[in-house]
Design a protein around this ligand. Structure first.
Ligand code: GLV
Length: 309
């Protein structure tokens, strides 16, 4: 039995060292040096090379390197009986909460406007807005969404959430299901997307949804690029329905050099850094899963392949 690290977009070496620290007897391989393909039962994947899974006859589990599993599930050649697990980790949730709170406070404090004034050497105070007067609406109340909701509440914002299935979170008004989406959106000043990417949530951030927000709302997308219809965002910014956006994820990453988002002053772009898994923090649960697989035990943080998260 061997573990294959198949990373399309991340350096595998720190992961090798962290895995070896936990168990130096592990048979670890880094794609494309897979060795004998039939040895591989467990793949640790992050934007893996297309077609890989179908070449591994004894594959039993694909472990995502991060919280999202969309990059694994969208592979049509993932055999149906292979289990899929994701990382659930406090440091991942904390870093997401920190990113979103920073983005929301940056918008609330009008730092982008002050920077524009600065470039024109203009001393131009704007009327202050209290965080409590701003409602942040979080779409997706899983582990990352719940931690982020609490951090925003501590920063003073009024926070509410929306999720597919009903959730209860202290101090946070929770809406659920398609039917309550309009009610949820109606008073959201800052909308945060932390949904998993599934066929139902793809393109959910679109013109029709933006039109249901109060005029001048702000959007923070830390889910996946494919949640957002990019042209609809640009149109909503052009007509003032949205005042700005902070985007960490994109349909194509890295964002192509000629993409219109680069030029937009109302958009803050960060290169998919809102929560990056720390090898030291995550390897124990990965090795535990590998051992559980060997002992035919159920996996930690396994996802429901039918549901997509
Ligand atoms: C990051 O995007 C993750 O899925 O962990």
């Amino acid at each position: 039995m061997a573990i294959l690290l198949a990373f399309g977009a991340r350096d595998a070496k720190p992961w090798m060292s962290a895995l070896r620290e936990v168990d130096d007897a592990l048979d670890l391989r880094i794609w494309p040096d897979c060795g004998e393909l039939r040895d591989i039962t467990f793949v640790i994947a992050w934007y893996h090379p297309a077609g890989l899974f179908s070449t591994l006859p004894n594959l039993r589990c694909v472990q995502s390197l991060g919280a999202g599993v969309d990059h694994i599930l969208r592979d049509p050649l993932l055999p149906p009986n292979v289990a899929v697990a994701r990382i659930v980790d406090k440091s991942l949730a904390r870093s997401m909460a920190q990113y979103v709170t920073t983005a929301a406070l940056n918008h609330l404090g009008r730092f982008p406007s002050y920077q524009k004034s600065q470039l024109k050497r203009q001393w131009q105070p704007l009327p202050p807005i209290a965080a409590s007067q701003q409602t942040v609406g979080i779409m997706g109340l899983g582990r990352l969404g719940a931690t982020t909701a609490h951090a925003l509440r501590q920063a003073g914002f009024t926070v509410q959430g929306w999720s597919r299935s009903p959730k209860k979170l202290a101090g946070i008004k929770a809406y659920s299901e398609e039917a309550q989406l309009p009610q949820f959106l109606a008073n959201v000043n800052i909308l945060v997307c932390l949904l998993p990417l599934t066929p139902t949530t793809t393109n959910i951030l679109n013109a029709q949804l933006f039109a249901q927000l109060p005029r001048g709302a702000y959007v923070i997308n830390v889910g996946r690029g494919s949640h957002l219809v990019e042209d609809d965002l640009l149109a909503a910014l052009d007509c003032g329905q949205l005042s700005g956006a902070c985007l960490d994820v994109f349909r194509q990453e890295p964002l192509p050099i000629d993409h219109p988002f680069w030029q937009r002053k109302e958009i803050i772009i960060t290169p998919h850094i809102s929560s990056v898994t720390d090898p030291q923090a995550a390897v124990r649960q990965i090795v535990a899963n590998y051992r559980r697989l060997q002992q035919n035990q159920s996996l930690i943080n396994a996802i429901d392949r039918n549901r997509g998260y």
